[in-house]
Design a binder for this molecule. Structure first.
Ligand SMILES: *Cc1c(COP(=O)(O)O)cnc(C)c1O
Length: 503
């Protein structure tokens, strides 16, 4: 060894020896550090449960922005106590508390504890689900859960993959619909050759209450939002099957090319389920791909009492499932399923370094062959696995039933009360309504908007809203089995009191 080289390396070696440099890396020498960090983080979470009495602190954007931008990212903190104190100030203290009944706004479920235990394992071991050499057991746990979900849907020859969310799953549904149509009808392979000349005339039918991801996805797929045909809905805001047939005929009459129908099983705004069987009949008659967006309504798969509402889902060519909406899973946890496993071949891409074409996939399976939007991918499936293994499907189904029953009771309360207009009952747990003060003539849209905003910044009760025919309505999304009718009564009282105070 040359002496001058040894001298140059000395400070680094010294640092190494003291273990200071590597103390933040998760490996066998740093178990104590890891324990300490996780224990303090866990304490921060239990403090959040203990201290949080309302769903939101009410902090204004300017104040939280100032706090976050006031941090000097180039000056690290001294230890975990300081770190967690800062995280608490910047984030936890102002985090929206989905577990409280007074959070009743969007499709955010409370999470189950076995899934939280799984999260500890997932992030530390950090498997990536793309190939077998990065996740052996994980590959098969994911496959087994896809098979389990497929079986619950009623599929017998299915396949699928976990995704980051319902929007991604819907994208996969429309991608397969588009490419399948092009191959089958035009003999054209979009993956290799790009869009065919007929593509601007491709049409996809959704209800006027379908999720906006369909529009974005049509755009991403090169068809443009113009490809989306919105079919009108019935009195409960479900796709009108007769109107669907008329819409398909009309597009055909204009020389356009229908390729797919997206039925929504559980609309975001009303929690109602499109008529799946009649839509399946129309899809079959016109040979259209049928995708069911069950991002929200998938929870019905768990229920003995209400499973019948999904009748016909088994006829869909593909299905979107959001476990993070309706299976009490932490974000992200979602899946895309296809009825015929061979259709997923369309998304296979071979990269020589990851999944070379000459590889035998029965020997070394690779989930990356089924995923279009992610290569490196979290082992989210472990959360659902731990949930099912510890709690079982039946208990989750009872939670689902409890929420539906609470929503039905809430609908009855709103219906009876002359100071509230309720727009529709729900198959699941969403109620769209507005406050109408008795004996006072006022702009109801403006009043209800002010109620919502005031409650949000007071943090007492977080409700959502939507517009129907340009009128502003409040929206409850009941997704928490802990929420009871008496919680709901209390919130309706708060809304009324706020409403009268504002007129
Ligand atoms: C939430 C939702 C989606 C989108 O799912 P993400 O997981 O948020 O991407 C799609 N469809 C419906 C009906 C939804 O409610």
């Amino acid at each position: 060894m040359h002496t001058d080289q040894a001298t140059a390396e000395a400070p680094l070696q010294q640092y190494n020896k003291s273990k200071l440099l590597l103390k933040d890396i998760f490996y066998e020498e740093t178990n104590a550090e890891y324990h300490q960090a996780v224990e303090k983080a866990r304490t921060a979470v239990t403090d959040f449960l203990h201290n949080t009495r309302q769903p939101f602190s009410g902090i204004k954007p300017a104040d939280i922005q100032e706090a976050v931008y006031g941090v000097d990212l180039d000056r690290p903190l001294t230890g975990y106590d300081a770190l967690l104190e800062e995280v608490n100030e910047l984030y936890i203290r102002h985090a929206t508390a989905f577990h409280l009944p007074a959070y009743i706004a969007h499709l955010n479920c409370p999470v189950v504890i076995p899934a939280l235990a799984a999260e500890v394992i997932i992030s530390a071991i950090n498997s990536s689900q793309d190939t077998y050499d990065q996740s052996a057991g994980g590959t098969f746990i994911e496959r087994r859960l896809i098979d389990w979900t497929a079986n619950e849907i009623g599929y017998t020859n299915a396949d699928g993959v976990f995704t980051g969310g319902g929007s991604q799953s819907n994208l996969m549904g429309l991608l397969l619909a588009r490419d399948h149509f092009a191959v089958k009808t035009l003999g054209h392979h979009i993956k290799e050759d790009g869009l065919p000349v007929q593509a601007p005339r491709f049409r996809i039918f959704v209800s006027d209450k379908a999720h906006f991801s369909n529009q974005k996805n049509a755009w991403l797929l090169g068809l443009g939002e113009q490809a989306i045909v919105k079919v009108k809905t019935d009195g409960r805001f479900r796709m009108d099957a007769a109107a669907l047939r008329t819409a398909v005929d009309k597009e055909l009459g204009q020389g356009n090319i229908p390729i797919a129908i997206v039925a929504t099983a559980g609309t975001t705004d009303f929690g109602n389920i499109d008529p799946l069987q009649p839509i399946a009949d129309i899809a079959a008659a016109y040979q259209l791909w049928m995708h069911v967006d069950a991002a929200y309504g998938c929870g019905l798969l768990l229920s003995n009492k209400y499973r019948h509402l999904l009748k016909g889902i088994e006829q869909a060519d593909s299905v979107t499932i959001d476990y993070h909406k309706s299976f009490f899973q932490p974000i992200s946890s979602s899946a895309f399923l296809v009825k015929d496993k061979s259709s997923l071949q369309l998304v296979k891409h071979h990269a020589d370094y990851l999944n070379p074409e000459d590889q035998d996939y029965d020997e070394l399976p690779a989930q990356i062959n089924k995923s279009i939007t992610q290569s490196t991918r979290r082992f989210d499936a472990l959360k659902l696995w731990c949930t099912l293994r510890l709690m079982g499907k039946h208990k989750l189904g009872v939670y689902t039933d409890m929420m539906i029953d609470t929503a039905a009771a809430t609908a009855a309360l709103l219906h009876q009360d002359p100071e509230f207009d309720l727009l529709s009952s729900s198959d699941l747990g969403v109620l769209v309504f507005r406050f109408r003060p008795t004996g006072i003539v006022t702009d109801l849209s403006a009043l209800n908007l002010r109620i919502k905003q005031a409650l949000f910044f007071e943090g007492t009760c977080i409700v959502a809203s939507t517009k129907v025919d340009d009128n502003f309505y409040l929206k409850f999304t009941i997704l928490n089995p802990v929420t009871t009718v008496s919680h709901i009564r209390e919130m309706l009282g708060v809304i009324k009191a706020k409403g009268y105070s504002l007129v």
